[in-house]
Design a protein around this ligand. Structure first.
Ligand SMILES: NC(=O)c1ccc[n+]([C@@H]2O[C@H](COP(=O)([O-])OP(=O)(O)OC[C@H]3O[C@@H](n4cnc5c(N)ncnc54)[C@H](O)[C@@H]3O)[C@@H](O)[C@H]2O)c1
Length: 352
């Protein structure tokens, strides 16, 4: 490392890139050296805010600069592989926007390159660094929710329509990374349907169902054509349930001590009476720290110490594999795609 601070280059200063730039600039362990974008207007806007930071329309300039140790890539998904591979080959650590690459094969090539060179490869799955999602993970891990029955989320708004990826690669990618982070098991199958309402454009709404070996099921609804913005997730457990509303300014998570109890009826041991339990609701205190601030601190630590990021290339690969399987299911009108074989035989099909 050329100096005590990690030298940073950022490629892509469109909608999301400025958020990365702002957080690198405010981090004392980083030194933002240069920003690359094809659009001169975007570069002029960055110079206005950060006059000391170099700008260029050629990302290759960042690769050649020995004062740059790590590169963050915030360009459209179709460009992620080419830019990330070029950065790794130039010996730079890399933070890539979600999803890591447009298919799993390309992600594996990036993983191999990073491993071979001993470089950090991290993907910006921003939600994993939000205090709300970290709290949900802790509550599940502590057993406070009991067995997890379902994860059910809606992520919709009017726009932003993308032209290089469909709505699942843009929005459901968040839920898939969250599910992978908070649940202690991998889905065994996925089924998805999607529709496009703009001729020649990718699907702008989709529904994905993920099946697990346990009784858990995850359902994700994503939509770019919704009259209102919704970011709501329900996590149902045998002991407690969570409602997570990311649009709530303060009480993002509400934990409900609600559920059902099953009593076997005395007449017939196979018939259950369902009782409803309605206890208290509480909203845990959650830090308001910006997720990207935490994430960029973590990236810089991983670069410095060689530790494995929470959202490393391997977790990025699992997300892309799931997105690929869901895309295959959409192409086959919802036909389930098996991801792995069951380990257990379900109770009801066991031979007596
Ligand atoms: N983590 C999040 O919550 C989050 C949110 C929004 C977008 N994103 C991701 O960020 C990425 C970018 O999305 P966006 O909405 O900012 O897109 P955008 O189109 O607004 O910006 C992309 C920028 O990259 C530039 N660019 C494209 N190719 C380039 C190249 N070869 N060299 C230099 N610059 C180049 C474009 O000129 C543009 O300014 C996507 O991967 C998207 O999924 C992540």
């Amino acid at each position: 490392m050329a100096s005590s601070r990690v030298g940073i280059g950022v490629i892509g200063y469109g909608y999301w890139g400025p958020n990365l730039v702002r957080n690198f600039v405010s981090n004392a362990s980083a030194r933002l050296v240069s920003i690359a974008d094809l659009d001169s207007g975007k570069l002029a806007a960055s110079t206005h805010l950060y006059p000391g930071v170099m700008t260029t329309s050629r990302y290759e300039d960042l690769l050649k600069d020995p004062s740059i140790d790590a590169i963050a890539i915030a360009t459209p998904v179709r460009t992620h592989y080419e830019l990330a591979m070029a950065a790794l080959k130039a010996g730079k650590h890399v933070l890539v926007e979600k999803p890591l690459a447009p298919n799993a094969d390309l992600v594996r090539r990036l993983l191999d390159e990073a491993d071979r060179r001993g470089l950090t490869l991290m993907v910006d799955h921003t939600f994993l660094y939000t205090p709300a999602v970290q709290k949900i993970r802790d509550l599940i891990k502590d057993g406070q929710l009991g067995d997890i029955y379902y994860y059910d989320s809606t992520r919709s708004s009017l726009g932003l329509f993308q032209n290089d990826v469909n709505v699942i690669w843009d929005l459901a990618v968040h839920d898939i990374s969250i599910i992978q982070f908070i649940l202690n098991e991998e889905p065994i199958a996925v089924s998805a349907t999607g529709s496009s309402h703009v001729a020649g454009s990718p699907e702008n709404m989709a529904h994905i169902t993920m099946f697990f070996e346990s009784e858990c099921v995850a359902h994700v609804s994503v939509n770019w054509l919704s009259p209102i913005k919704v970011r709501q997730t329900f996590v149902g457990g045998s002991k407690k349930m969570i409602v997570y509303d990311d649009l709530e300014p303060t009480e993002k998570i509400k934990v409900y001590d609600k559920g059902i109890t099953l009593d076997a009826s005395p007449e017939n041991a196979h018939q259950f009476r369902i009782g409803y339990r309605a206890g208290d609701m509480w909203a845990p205190n959650i830090s308001t720290k910006e997720a990207l601030q935490t994430e960029i601190e973590h990236f810089l630590q991983c670069v410095r110490n060689g530790t494995t990021p929470i959202s490393d290339g391997r977790s990025g690969l699992k997300v892309v594999e799931l997105l690929e399987a869901a895309s295959l299911s959409i192409a086959n009108h919802g036909k389930p795609v098996v991801l792995r074989q069951r380990q257990r035989v379900p109770e009801d099909v066991k031979v007596a």
